[in-house]
Design a protein around this ligand. Structure first.
Ligand SMILES: NC(=O)c1ccc[n+]([C@@H]2O[C@H](COP(=O)([O-])OP(=O)(O)OC[C@H]3O[C@@H](n4cnc5c(N)ncnc54)[C@H](OP(=O)(O)O)[C@@H]3O)[C@@H](O)[C@H]2O)c1
Length: 328
């Protein structure tokens, strides 16, 4: 029988691109998508008539648990920060088909500004070598409370879990709903609004990147393993933690490319780059220090061991279409 997949976030950037990739790779999957309302339902049904929809939110415990109980795999891609949804879903799974749970986190959990904003830090977290360190980070780290809740609920209800932790995602999404990412789109808007490009301090701080299609293919890869007997070759449970990077970059290099692009297209009058203090940068986005001033350095060894390899190794080719999309 075809696997039943329950997915949250299909109307969003990551969830939409992932649903599309799942349908392309596995038209046989029976997919049910959580949608907030009839407007989102119309968008999903319009794109994918064979996807079933259920109206609700991550706060609707009965709906979430019921749908989860019928699923062989649940992909929770709507939020890295909704604390109760993972436990609700996992408890529902335990009273039904006892499937496998895949949750989205984010490498903001690794954010390191110990050398000051805009400066690089040396620590790189490898998801195989350092998994216990990653799952023991301070509970004050971004997303960490939810990561911990996923692992705890998996243990409590004996449901295999995996946490997928993307870094900065680039590219325009391919789903029918939201299509834009977070960090680069906000930066494009900030540069456009300010009239000149900027880094947070020196901008030598380092993040990793992944193209949205490569992230979607990572979720497809893990879903495929989840549908195999005993979860296939994937790791599940407390050590089932998966980074998804394709390489790293210094923020000043992305800023300098954006400055050129916005200057060439006549949006800003100079391609020069200013160095802003945190106090100045937060005027353009309250999360500026984390979005553009910190370090989040991960290595996706666990997915590579499963045969996943990102196809897009550079950010630069994505930038023109992202600028066009954001400033349209
Ligand atoms: N984009 C990145 O670079 C990145 C990187 C790492 C981690 N993440 C994390 O991954 C998650 C998904 O990111 P995204 O970029 O795909 O976001 P997104 O485009 O906003 O997509 C999220 C989707 O889930 C829906 N949703 C959110 N909260 C919900 C709730 N409580 N009940 C029902 N539906 C809900 C949203 O519906 P509405 O539009 O109606 O709210 C939206 O359709 C976020 O938590 C984000 O922080 C993102």
């Amino acid at each position: 029988m075809a696997p039943n997949i329950f997915i949250t976030g299909s109307s969003g950037y990551v969830g939409g691109s992932t649903t599309k990739a799942l349908l392309a790779a596995h038209p046989e999957y029976e997919i049910t998508a959580l949608v907030r309302d009839q407007a989102q339902e119309k968008i999903i049904k319009g794109a994918w008539p064979n996807v079933k929809t259920v109206i609700g939110t991550l706060d609707d415990e009965v709906t979430l648990a019921d749908e989860a109980s019928k699923a062989d795999v649940v992909l929770n891609l709507a939020s890295s920060d909704h604390l109760n949804a993972p436990k609700t879903i996992i408890s529902g799974m335990a009273r039904g088909k006892k499937g496998r749970f895949i949750h989205i986190s984010g490498t903001g959990v690794l954010n390191d500004m110990s050398k000051g904003p805009g400066n690089p830090t040396p620590k790189v977290y490898d998801d195989v070598k350092d998994v216990r360190e990653i799952t023991s980070l301070s509970m004050t780290a971004l997303h960490r409370d939810v990561d911990a809740a996923v692992i705890a609920a998996g243990k409590e209800y004996d449901i295999p879990t995996a946490i997928v932790c993307p870094p900065m995602i680039h590219g325009v999404g391919s789903g029918p709903g939201k299509k834009r990412s977070i960090q680069i789109p906000y930066l494009i808007e900030a540069i456009d609004g300010r009239g000149k490009a900027f880094t947070v301090e020196e901008g030598n701080n380092i993040w990793d990147h992944i193209h949205i299609q490569d992230l979607a293919s990572a979720f497809v890869r893990l879903t495929e393993e989840a549908t195999k007997p005993n979860g296939g070759a994937a790791t599940w449970g407390p050590d089932g933690y998966y980074f998804t990077e394709a390489g790293e970059f210094a923020w000043k290099d992305v800023v300098s490319e954006l400055a050129q692009l916005l200057h060439t297209s006549g949006k800003i009058s100079s391609s020069d780059v200013d160095k802003l203090s945190v106090d100045e940068a937060v005027k353009f986005h309250p999360w500026a220090p984390v979005l553009w001033g910190g370090n989040c350095r991960s290595r996706a060894s666990r997915l590579r061991e499963l045969g996943w390899n990102p196809a897009t190794l550079k950010i630069t080719p994505s930038l023109p279409e992202m600028v066009k999309f954001v400033l349209a």
